[in-house]
Design a protein around this ligand. Structure first.
Ligand SMILES: C[S@@+](CC[C@H](N)C(=O)[O-])C[C@H]1O[C@@H](n2cnc3c(N)ncnc32)[C@H](O)[C@@H]1O
Length: 398
């Protein structure tokens, strides 16, 4: 059993046995889902907002705080931290190459390039956008690049930039899921995908493996962008897992807590508590226990107060509001539910990186099964991009 398969099974067991702490939709629940553990709920409610902020930004503090309630907290955080930075080899890129590329994207691209081995193979850049990465690969490896992208304008812009920089880049305007795009994948090639979403990178890995492509390196993102209703495990290891992941579950790895200022936090409090309050009201009126999604709202409407919001939401949903509604009561209920929802989201944060690792390991195990030597690591620091995991695979017989 490889290290990755072993790690996958350990992580899988932890995620399965603790699924009551993360596999649910907080905003769809009326109250805490842990009613059978009232002390845990009381403790969560005793956390004030500044502590909540603190814990949501410090995984180690969160782990320690949750340890009395979730005995596997430490182990989960430890396993998720088993991604070490990949070794970077300095690769100089001529001046001017960064022109027109947003700062963070440039840092991601140079970091990605610097952790890739020099295999002397032509490159395939999957879901290339304007081919920013391809430009850097072309110049620092002196190998031709094929950049496949779906949006025509991005291909046009990318082609123009490549021409100006005199680079050997060929854009293929194609849907990555189409049969035709298959012809872009060949055996003697190093395929790369920087932040290709969900099924787009999954289908690349499957097709590279099917063609016994020499090497592939991806940094996955947007795990929830899949064509099926639920996650389709790739590896034999994940196929035996008891976990069935919905799109909502698959969003968890991307739910990074961003440090928002007071004003943004206050706006969010108003909007979300209004929505949750209205939802409780409609549950009462409709005699249902099902969450009712309400469309996006113009922020100006929120300044008109809860009642105006309810009138608007009811009209949108074709719901008749009786005249005797105690709007103050439902607003308070919404605010209380907001506090509960936030605390349930806080607990789910403990599982964010472990779930991402489960998904990354599924890809790594799949590639190993297909005859590849696989390395997982981080290619840059998290402030540059939270999606900083890179999976690199080379055929054993290369
Ligand atoms: C998140 S962007 C990443 C772009 C680039 N790799 C980067 O990191 O700058 C994803 C890219 O995938 C492209 N894309 C989306 N669906 C596609 C499809 N079905 N076939 C090919 N490209 C697709 C989008 O147009 C977009 O340029």
């Amino acid at each position: 059993m490889s290290n990755y398969v072993e790690l996958f099974h350990r992580l899988d067991a932890l995620l399965v046995s603790n699924c009551q702490f993360w596999q649910f939709m907080p905003f769809a629940e009326r109250g805490f889902v842990w009613q059978q553990n009232p002390q845990f709920c009381q403790w969560l409610m005793s956390i004030d907002d500044s502590q909540l902020q603190l814990l949501s930004q410090d995984i180690h503090a969160l782990t320690t705080a949750l340890l009395p309630w979730i005995k596997d907290a430490e182990q989960l955080t430890q396993i998720a931290a088993e991604v070490s930075p990949l070794v970077r080899t300095e690769r100089s890129v001529p001046q001017g190459f960064e022109s027109g590329i947003p700062g963070r994207k440039w840092q991601q691209i140079t970091a990605f390039n610097e952790v890739l081995p020099r295999l002397g193979l032509p490159w395939l850049e999957w879901c290339a956008g304007k081919g920013y990465l391809g430009r850097v690969l072309a110049v620092s490896h002196q190998q031709p690049v094929t950049s496949l992208e779906w949006q025509q304008q991005l291909c046009v812009d990318g082609e123009q930039a490549a021409k100006q920089l005199q680079l050997d880049i060929n854009f293929v305007h194609s849907d990555a899921f189409s049969i035709e795009s298959d012809t872009a994948i060949v055996q003697q090639q190093h395929a790369v995908a920087l932040h290709a979403c969900g099924d787009l990178h999954v289908s690349l890995l499957q097709r590279v493996a099917a063609k016994k492509g020499a090497a592939v390196s991806i940094s996955p993102c947007c795990y929830h962008l899949i064509r099926q209703s639920h996650y389709q495990p790739m590896s034999a290891a994940a196929k035996t897992s008891a976990l069935v992941l919905s799109k909502h579950d698959l969003r968890l790895p991307l739910q990074e807590t961003v440090t928002a200022g007071n004003r943004v936090r206050q706006l969010r409090f108003v909007e979300v508590s209004f929505r949750l309050g209205f939802d409780l009201l409609q549950r009462e009126l409709n005699q249902t226990d099902t969450y009712l999604a309400v469309p996006n709202v113009q922020k100006a409407l929120l300044t008109q107060g809860f009642e105006a919001f309810c009138q608007w939401a009811a009209a949108k949903k074709g719901l008749d509001l009786p005249l005797n509604i105690d709007f103050e009561y439902w607003q308070r209920q919404g605010e209380l539910r907001f506090a509960i929802t936030e605390r349930m989201e806080l607990v789910r944060q403990l599982f964010r990186r472990p779930l991402e690792m489960w998904l990354v390991l599924d890809r790594a195990c799949f590639l190993e099964e297909q005859g590849y030597n696989v390395v997982i690591g981080s290619f840059c620091d998290k402030p540059i991009t939270p999606r900083n995991v890179l999976i690199h695979a080379e055929r054993g017989d290369l």
